[in-house]
Design a binder for this molecule. Sequence first.
Ligand code: P5A
Length: 475
Amino acid sequence: MLPPKSDFSEWYHEIIQQAQIMDIRYPVKGLYVWFPFGFKLRNLIYGKLRDVMDREHDEVYFPALIPETELGKEGEHIKGFEDEVYWITHGGLDELDVKLALRPTSETAMYPMFRLWIRSHADLPLKVYQIVNVFRYETKHTRPLIRLREITSFKEAHTAHRSYEEAEENVRKAVDAYKDFFDSLAVPYFIIKRPEWDKFPGADYTIAFDTVMPDGKTLQIGTVHHLADNFARTFDIKYETPAGDHAFVHQTCYGISERCVASVISIHGDDLGLILPFHLAPHQAVVIPILYKGREKEVLDLSNEVFFRLREMGVRTILDDSDERPGAKYYRWELFGVPLRIEIGPREAESGEVVISFRDERMKRKIPADEITEEKVVEWAEEMQERLRRRAIDSMLEKVKFFESADEMEEWMGRGIALFHLCNSLKCGEKIEETVRAGVLGEIIEMPEEIKVERAGKCIVCGSNGKLNAMAKSY
Ligand code: P5A
């Protein structure tokens, strides 16, 4: 049994283990083991991410070790990461001449090579990505999929362009690509420009995707950074312009981690277990024969027929003809978030019908077995996707509140995301963070259209012209 989802922290802790996503017993803090089922789900989600990236990027692989001399070159970058880096100091018994960092992210692994790769304007834009593990010595409370010391599935994209504007255009494209990706997960998000004091170390500016978790805390599920020519100057990445001059490239980078898996689990799941969008479910359908003594054959015949038909259509289907009670089977497959359940008993076998139900609805329907066609399955999958999207937005809306004064904001923190107007100055930002005791997420660029709030208004601190900002307690 799972704790109720209203007790989100416990629920999350338990579902990760009971639904066999990750084994949390590995003896190093912040490192976890993917179970086979969890890894299948991860691969299905990352398959979608790959599709989105492959449209315009080439996949690469860079080494996991970065020499201290490279990692330390860009001043802001190293300042941001120095207390999170794991160091390799020895090879066997020999002390290394140059310490090696386990990559916390790969800018400083890639950019010295970009310097060698990029010669002329014809080499631009350069757009690559990799999906690798990275290591961050996190000091905040670690949690499976959410705050890891080994991020196992870090999708990082890195690009180089001819100008600031072309790089900016790519920031927009990256944001659009991430929108496609999170929409396909039916995970709703805010797109927020981080304040100056909270941007990625070394970036010109940072745009983040934040979702609201069931307990009202926000989770940053992806970020897109404009790097301008900051790294190009440090790593001397220049190209020859059509006119024959030499100019620094402008760069962007953007990343998504297995937090995207955490968001799917957290946002769609319920008291009974996982609820998964059809196209992401490791098991998409389960056929459960209801066996009575003496009537087994006809039930099993129809069950097998339906099972093989679904398999042939490419639907990931299981036939659960084990000896367990039907109730125990329902319970198990609900826990694993199987979207479509098909029950077949003697009465159905006789009339050639089946009883179908969807994981997100508490409703059964009897239909002729022949009606299970490929088109029908696609239609069901799309309808379910739309229901999940709707449900996710509705529950997010309950955790969004607009404030005209800071008075009640502190009490709201930890229950949801607060929207308000801010002049975006450091002074007013610090003031509101101090009063409300939470972090400013930044200026809202995009949010679900259901949220009706004015984009401009008076700064909640100083009263001058302000823009719509958000604030929340975050993971
Ligand atoms: C962009 C890719 C970068 O590292 N360099 C290459 C840039 N950005 S980031 O914001 O620091 O990280 C990208 C996303 O990774 C997730 N993330 C984490 N997930 C799990 N555990 C962690 N410890 C962790 N740290 C960051 C966030 O979603 C972040 O937006």
